[in-house]
Design a protein around this ligand. Structure first.
Ligand code: ATP
Ligand code: HSE
Length: 309
């Protein structure tokens, strides 16, 4: 272990991209930061409005994840001074828990003398989060296609590739929180063969379209039958936006992760203007206040700075 202060910058992410439930993720240029050093006593400093209400004791997710890494490396769990901030809102479908897990793992791994590789950290993050989509995007940047390993402890199979050039995202963030667990609880336990085949086809087409820059196919390819239809009752306006966004400038639209954030992919200033007006009329029609961000894909994934004390 070393006398270092580690600063880790982690991109936010979106998961699923419509049909790729628990399998597809993409990173955004919207960041959270975790700083960590070994200390005489544990402190957790949370900076900014987005992290209000998060625990500042050893029950904090960042501390828990870091402590777990030291223990798994066979090291004594040290006291840690942790400082964190986030430009991404929490509990909105932009992968805040995944970013926190990735940030804490990468920071703790550095302080522990790098006992684990990036792929091993990805496997740990996936086991903690329960699916590889957000954690993969936050770890590696770009677009991630990944599945759960067959057995616990095995590597997570994944492919990372760059998003199509010029792809922009209008990100609609409603002013209410939706916990991932709540949005998973509304999903059925069993699906029909037709719906499973539908999603296999659409998710496969989407990955191929993204890999080849075929924005013209995205509107069709992003259709989903596994989660969005069931989550629509939790997210006012989602159905109208998914059904009609491509007639108002979008190349495709999806619920971001477990929601309530909604994504509309587009390219071009006139398309952005049309989409903003369309989204505004839908959200106002439901009486939902919201904010909009235009986000570019992040290509770098988690970044580490080391400061020697
Ligand atoms: N920096 C952080 N420090 C500690 N806990 C955090 C931090 N960021 C997120 N969390 C925890 O993660 C929870 C949010 O996780 P949740 O899965 O519900 O939403 P999300 O990750 O933002 O959305 P999604 O998984 O749908 O993309 C917060 O309520 C908090 O407990
Ligand atoms: N794939 C996950 C992402 C949210 O963590 C879901 O849709 O529930």
């Amino acid at each position: 272990m070393s006398g270092q202060r580690v600063k880790v910058t982690i991109p936010a992410s979106t998961a699923n991209l419509g049909p790729g439930f628990d399998a597809l993720g993409m990173a955004f240029q919207l960041y959270s930061v975790v700083e960590m050093e070994i200390s005489e006593r544990t402190t957790v400093e949370l900076v900014g409005k987005e992290l209000e209400g998060i625990p500042k004791d050893k029950s904090n997710l960042l501390y828990q994840v870091a402590a777990d890494l030291f223990a798994e490396a066979g090291l004594a769990v040290p006291e840690l001074a942790i400082r964190a901030s986030s430009d991404a809102p929490l509990t909105r479908g932009l992968g805040s828990s995944a970013a926190a897990i990735v940030g804490a793992l990468v920071a703790a791994n550095q302080l522990a003398g790098e006992p684990f590789t990036r792929d091993e950290l990805f496997a740990k993050a996936t086991a903690m989060e329960g699916h590889p989509d957000n954690v993969g995007a936050s770890m590696f940047g770009g677009i991630i296609v990944a599945t759960m390993p067959e057995k616990a402890g095995e590597p997570v199979p994944y492919v990372r590739f760059s998003p199509p050039a010029g792809l922009q995202t209008l990100v609609v963030i409603p002013d209410f929180m939706l916990e991932t667990q709540k949005a998973r609880n509304v999903l059925p336990q069993v699906y029909s063969k037709e719906d499973v085949v539908y999603n296999v086809g659409h998710s496969s087409l989407l990955v191929a379209a993204l890999a080849q820059g075929r924005l013209d196919l995205m509107g069709r390819a992003m259709s989903d039958r596994l989660h969005q239809p069931y989550r629509a009752k939790l997210v006012p306006g989602l159905k109208e936006i998914l059904d009609n966004a491509t007639e108002h400038g979008a190349v495709g639209a999806a619920l971001s992760g477990a929601g309530p954030t909604i994504l509309c992919f587009f390219s071009g200033a006139e398309e952005e203007r049309q989409l903003r007006a369309f989204v505004d009329s839908v959200m106002k029609g439901h009486g939902i206040t919201y904010r909009v961000m235009i986000l570019q894909p992040d290509e770098n994934g988690v970044q580490v700075e080391i400061h020697q004390r």
